[in-house]
Every structure is written in C-alpha cells, then in structure tokens.
Design a protein around this ligand. Structure first.
Ligand SMILES: Nc1ncnc2c1ncn2[C@@H]1O[C@H](COP(=O)(O)OP(=O)(O)OP(=O)(O)O)[C@@H](O)[C@H]1O
Ligand SMILES: [Mg+2]
Length: 408
C-alpha cells in the first residue's frame, strides 16, 4: 500500500543503509522530504550475509527518514548490488497479432514475455529486463512501437540477473523490517539516474558506483543500459590494506585514507608525514605519504583493472563519448578521477546527486538512494492526480452550491 503520493527508496550498502523519502506533486515533480541512514554490518561485498542485522539497520534508517519527513514509509524501491549481478543482451520477436497489423501494447508485452521465458542459469533469477530498442520489420531504433504498422515485432533487450541467495536474503531483510518492495533496481543503474545527464546516456557513458564493499558499474548507450557488472572491491578494502600494512586500527586506517592526497607511490612525497598510532593506540609513529600511497595504489589499480576486464571482456570500445562518471563514497578519494583516467584512457568526472538542501556526507554515497527515489517517482501511478482531481471536483461542487444558494 502506498501512502498517498509518498515515495521512498532503500539502498542497503556494505557500510550504511540509506533511505530517502519524497513526495510526488501533481505535475510529477519530486520533492525530497527526508533522509535517514544507519551503519550496516550485515553485508559483505554488497551482499546480505546476516539478515537480522540488516533488518535492524533498515529499521533504524527508515525510522530516521520518517522522523525527518513526518510521513510513514510503507513501501520502497530497493537497490541491488554485488558482483553476483550479470547482464546479457537478448533479442526476441513475435508476429504482430491484429489483422490490421497495428502494434498494440499486448504485442509489446508478448515480445517482452518471449525474452522473460529465456532460460536463466541455475541458481540465478531475473532482476530486470530492459528494452533497448524495438525493430519493426527490420526497421530499428524504435523506442515505442505501439500504433506502428508491421508484421514482425522484435526487441533488443538487456536481461539483468542475480544470484537467488543474494536477492532473496536482501528481500527477506526488507520484508522483515515491515516494508513492501515496489521494485528491485540494480544499484549502478539507479546511480545513473541520479548523476548522469540524458545527453550523456544517449551518447554513451559509464557510471561506476564505488562504495565500501563493491563497485557497481552500468554502461549506458542510446539512453539505456547496455551492460551492467560489478566487482567485489570498494573503499573498505583500501582501509583494510592500510590497517594491515601499517599495523594500525581500522579507524586510524580510515582517517589515513581520507587524509591521503596522492594515490600514486611515484608522485607521493617521502618527506611528508602523517601521524598514526599502532594497534594498541600507544606508540605514535610517522607514516610517509609515499608509504601510504604504496599501499593504496595497487588496490585502486585493481578496482579499475577489474572493471575494465568485466565491462570489456573482448577489446575496449574505441570511444565512449561521455566517458566515466564516478560516484559512491569512494569516488571522494582524492585524485581517483585522474587515476581512473590514466587506467581506462577515457574522460572521467565525479557525479554528485543534486539533493537540494539535504545534508548528507559524502553526497556521492547517496547517488543510489537518490536515483532509486527518482525511479520511484517516475513510475508512480497517479493517485496524486486523482486526489488533485477529487480536490478540483470538490471545489467545483462547492462553487455550484454557493451559486445555487445565491440564486435561491
Ligand atoms: N572523503 C572520502 N574519501 C575517501 N573515501 C571516502 C570518503 N568518504 C567516504 N569514503 C568511503 O566510501 C565508502 C562508503 O561509500 P558508500 O556509502 O557509497 O558505500 P556503501 O553503499 O555502504 O557500500 P557498497 O555500495 O559497497 O555496498 C567507505 O569505504 C568510505 O571509507
Ligand atoms: Mg552502495
């Protein structure tokens, strides 16, 4: 059940659960009402491994968002991440059913159903099927074939699948928190909604949501995703490496990571030092910028090497006009855009969601939640409109009554 025109999103991340709640206006405008977050500790590499802990974190984040917004959240659009996600292009076709050969919504449904019936590998399930384009009697590049005349309707689609266990444990955690799930959307696709420009998506662009435990990537072309992958590494692995390498606590390693201004060993200064304490917190010692960079560099390199390998299993495409847009908390790592530019050989920019005056830190960590909320608003059936209409009818009736009262 939806509460009027309230929409909400839920991003269950490895480091934090993020919730956003908004209201859809009569004109479809989305007004952000509140945000809520809670540290998460039931996930590993973007995947739920402990349902109870995850449920508790979801409850806390939802309660915080509800308090801020002053509304109740009953259902959510949920993001899905982790390297179990995979995508596969498919084509299917059907004969147009009507005698007049005018394509109806039912024909479109049938051709999408033909894709849905494709065999999915064992232990995997379909997350979403995205129509990339329709082809009518060989004419391609059609986005809405309804009303067109033709004999043969074909669709070129992208099927995104995920591991059943990962999907079901996430859904369980959400249900147990007392929420209904409206939709499940791949995290990178959602992040794209929040940080990419329509022109970029049309021309071709890649968005990478680099979080704490996973880096989710979506490649958009002609407006829609043409591939979605993920790699099981994120900022928490960098923090861990620092903690292990320098024999310090995770908290101190995190501080060092945020202070790190140079991700390349070669460019880092030997004479610039950070102070840190050992595992016991007793022995204070100095760590040079170069020492720190020597630990950070290989991990960041690994993230982009894996993204490249999984996104372009054959050869890298010649040009991706929109380049790469980095988001997720780890996109705030100083110098990561230049690093990615050198590794992938394409233009790179940071993508931060526009969150009005909401204070979230860092904003890049909220791209998925923001994109999911946008998605929820765009797919919102129009109860708001009905309410609006009811309001108008009521108003009109009032006017008619007072008009009658004036006469009699
Ligand atoms: N200013 C910053 N500089 C570098 N790293 C940062 C900064 N701020 C946050 N991070 C890192 O971002 C990560 C958290 O990002 P985010 O909130 O996007 O992850 P998540 O959604 O919880 O996890 P995931 O998406 O991987 O499941 C942490 O590893 C944190 O250290
Ligand atoms: Mg995330």
């Amino acid at each position: 059940m939806r509460q009027g025109n309230v929409v909400a999103s839920l991003d269950v991340g490895t480091s934090k659960v993020a919730v956003m709640v908004g209201r859809v206006g009569y004109d479809g405008e989305l007004e952000l009402l509140g945000t809520g977050s809670s540290p998460a500790n039931g996930l590993r590499r973007g995947v739920v491994v402990e349902v109870d802990r995850t449920t508790a974190a979801i409850r806390r984040a939802v309660a915080a968002a509800e308090r801020m917004a002053g509304v109740e959240i009953e259902s959510v659009v949920v993001g899905l991440s982790g390297d179990h996600l995979a995508s596969q292009p498919y084509r299917s076709s059907v004969l147009v059913s009507g005698e007049d050969h005018i394509i109806t919504p039912q024909d479109v449904e049938r051709v999408m159903e033909a894709v849905r019936l494709r065999k999915v590998p064992p232990k995997r399930e379909i997350i979403t099927i995205l129509a990339r384009e329709f082809i009518v009697d060989g004419v391609d590049g059609i986005f809405d074939p309804v009303g067109m005349v033709g004999m043969n309707l074909e669709v070129s689609a992208l099927m995104v699948t995920g591991a059943v266990t990962a999907v079901q444990n996430l859904l369980q955690s959400v249900y147990r928190a007392g929420l209904e799930v409206e939709d499940l959307i791949p995290a990178a696709q959602a992040a794209g909604e929040a940080v990419l420009l329509p022109e970029e998506k049309d021309l071709g662009v890649i968005v990478a949501d680099i979080g704490a435990g996973t880096s989710d990537v979506a490649w958009f072309q002609a407006g829609t995703p043409c591939a979605q992958i993920a790699v099981p590494i994120g900022g928490s692995h960098i923090t861990n490496d620092i903690a292990v390498g320098l024999r310090t606590t995770l908290q101190q390693a995190e501080e060092l990571k945020l202070a790190c201004r140079n991700l390349r060993e070669e460019g880092a200064a030997e004479g610039k030092f950070f102070e840190t304490a050992g595992l016991t917190g007793q022995e204070r010692r100095k760590v040079s910028e170069r020492e720190l960079a020597a630990i950070v560099e290989p991990r960041v390199e690994e993230i982009f090497a894996l993204i490249k390998e999984r996104l372009f299993p054959a050869d890298s495409p010649e040009v991706i006009p929109g380049g790469l847009v980095l988001t997720g908390g780890t996109a705030e790592l100083h110098g990561i855009a230049e690093f990615a530019r050198a590794e992938l050989g394409m233009s790179v920019r940071l993508g931060r969601p526009a969150l009005e005056e909401m204070e979230v830190d860092p904003p890049t960590a909220w791209s998925v939640a923001a994109g999911l909320l946008r998605y929820a608003a765009d797919n919102h059936p129009p109860p708001a409109d009905e309410g609006h209409r009811r309001g108008l009818v009521g108003e009109l009736w009032q006017r008619i009554r007072s008009w009658f009262e004036d006469i009699f």
